[in-house]
Design a protein around this ligand. Structure first.
Ligand SMILES: Cc1cc2nc3c(=O)[nH]c(=O)nc-3n(C[C@H](O)[C@H](O)[C@H](O)COP(=O)(O)OP(=O)(O)OC[C@H]3O[C@@H](n4cnc5c(N)ncnc54)[C@H](O)[C@@H]3O)c2cc1C
Length: 492
């Protein structure tokens, strides 16, 4: 489209400027050439949405939280560190069994910062559809400038407020307690552990679960943590207009025509491609995110933002206000934590993120109740399973052999994606979304068995174009051999 934007409409500080007021920036003594250069600089600077300050302020949930009494020295059954989606879902699911739970988080009522997207059927099957605030009947994947695939699978944006409130109210109604602090240290004894917090408090529990997210320091690994990284820059923006259909969200836009005049960015994008993810809420409100699906090391954040500026300019998207922004950095793949260990993990700390997509929320909502039932079985009044036996049961209850094996396959998917350039990535997704929907949907939702994943691979190979087959044959043998080796190790 190549739409050029007016240089004078972006930053709130300049929003009242008119074309004639731009001249007043220049001063009367400048020569026409230097004026043009200066105007060009202003033009470039003002064109970018990066100049706009995000307007969002801290928001808090209105829930009456039952707080932990620091004078009370009695022991909880379970202490959960972190009240993100994973921690709260687990706390809600465990407390239903009448098990005594305490959640530690420095700000349990703060709104979660991330924008979460899920496939609507994933939330429907969990009875969480009321926590989706906007859904699109279809998703679009722009393979390139000439080909778009439309996916007949509704996609939704999670209402952070509704989901958090629902989980929190579930916790409260089943007696879970909250403690506003940062967990600092965990000290283990044979059948219990104590969490020390930054406010000086110490809380005892039979089982400690770490749900503090990807940056956790409480979970141990016995292998090098060689992650791939999803990195993205996202904005919820008020725009003058945008070109997207309101009944489709854009899952991936791999077009690169916006980089035509940006030789440096274009070359970089050919090797390490990024795509646009977009959720159009109405004709003026849209969530836009330039995303590197996976890279190792992570692609530079600055480059992602530069590519996004070029893309929005080319799409004719003039940003009037940045309502929120988010920096997304998700470690993907890598080894699972040591299994078992004294601290249990859930969510980002437990390897639950999908190694090929970076998605995790729906899966964690589904797995936390399963983990809760294992915990309840161990800690329930008649069983009294504690210490090493408890740790062994809970870790293996979350990471069953089947789940570990399918995760190896998804990690193989990530290793394959890491090797593909823009052309290879386009060919891959063209073939992937041509699969029987049962397979591509099951792959994205981590629902396929190892046998079904093998069928998917053969079918993908059968549908792939010849260059794509060549990609698979030349680039996949090593990751494939590694995966087979790991599967063999898991199953002996
Ligand atoms: C920007 C972004 C966008 C994402 N979008 C999606 C998406 O669209 N769909 C999807 O499925 N996944 C998405 N993910 C991936 C993943 O689902 C999220 O990262 C998710 O928030 C992880 O949930 P969590 O509960 O494990 O950790 P977090 O959400 O990180 O929550 C951790 C909680 O622990 C608290 N905490 C941290 N340290 C301590 C401590 N020492 N003591 C006490 N509390 C502590 C934090 O304050 C926080 O409340 C996204 C990730 C990011 C970063």
């Amino acid at each position: 489209m190549g739409t050029l934007l007016s240089p004078l409409v972006f930053s709130p500080s300049t929003s009242s400027a008119t074309p004639s007021s731009s001249v007043s920036y220049l001063g009367k003594t400048r020569t026409p050439a230097s004026r043009r250069k200066f105007q060009h600089r202003i033009h470039c600077r003002l064109e970018s949405f990066l100049d706009l300050k995000p307007e969002s302020k801290s928001e808090f949930l209105d829930v009456d939280l039952p707080l932990h009494d620091t004078a009370d020295r009695s022991k909880y059954d379970v202490i959960i560190i972190g009240s993100g989606p994973a921690g709260l879902r687990l706390a809600e699911s465990i407390s239903i069994y009448g098990i005594r739970v305490c959640c530690i988080d420095p700000s349990p009522l703060s709104m979660w910062p991330n924008n979460y997207g899920v496939w609507v059927d994933e939330f429907q099957s969990l009875g969480l559809e009321s926590c989706i605030d906007k859904s699109w009947p279809m998703a679009a994947v722009y393979i390139d400038d000439n080909k778009t695939r439309y996916l007949d699978r509704p996609y939704g944006r999670v209402s952070r407020e509704r989901l958090k409130k629902k989980l929190m109210e579930g916790c409260v109604s089943h007696g879970a307690k909250f403690h506003k602090a940062k967990a600092w240290e965990i000290v283990h004894k044979e059948f219990e552990a104590m969490v020390s917090c930054d406010d000086g408090s110490e809380i005892k529990g039979s089982l400690i679960v770490d749900a503090s997210g990807f940056a956790s320091t409480f979970i141990e690994y016995d292998k090098p943590r060689k992650y791939g990284y999803q990195i993205a820059h996202g904005i919820l923006a008020e725009v003058e207009e945008h070109p997207f259909d309101l009944d489709k969200m854009v899952l991936m836009d791999w077009r690169d025509s916006h980089l035509g005049n940006e030789p440096y960015l274009r070359e970089g994008n050919k090797k390490l491609p990024t795509f646009l993810y977009a959720m159009p809420f109405n004709s003026n409100l849209v969530f836009l995110e330039e995303t590197s699906l996976v890279s190792r090391p992570a692609l530079s954040y600055k480059e992602i933002k530069q590519r996004m500026v070029a893309r929005l300019r080319n799409l004719g998207i003039r940003v009037k206000r940045v309502i929120e922004d988010e920096k997304c950095l998700i470690p993907m793949g890598g080894p699972l934590p040591r299994i078992p260990q004294s601290v249990m993990g859930i969510g980002g700390t437990a390897g639950l993120v999908h190694p090929s997509t970076g998605y995790m929320v729906a899966r964690t909502m589904a797995l936390a109740p399963i983990l809760a039932s294992v915990i309840a079985e161990c800690l329930g009044s008649t069983r009294m399973i504690r210490g090493n036996q408890l740790h062994h049961r809970v870790w293996n209850g979350l990471w069953t052999l089947d789940r570990k094996c399918t995760r190896e396959y998804y990690s193989f998917g990530m290793e394959t994606l890491l090797k593909l350039d823009l052309k290879g990535t386009r060919r891959f997704f063209d073939a992937f979304f041509d699969l029987d929907p049962y397979y591509w949907q099951g792959f994205l939702s981590s629902k396929l068995s190892l046998r079904e994943l093998a069928v998917l691979s053969l079918s993908l190979f059968g549908r792939a174009s010849n260059p794509s087959r060549l990609d698979i044959l030349t680039k996949c043998p090593l990751p494939l051999a590694k995966m087979v080796g790991k599967l063999a190790l898991e199953t002996v």
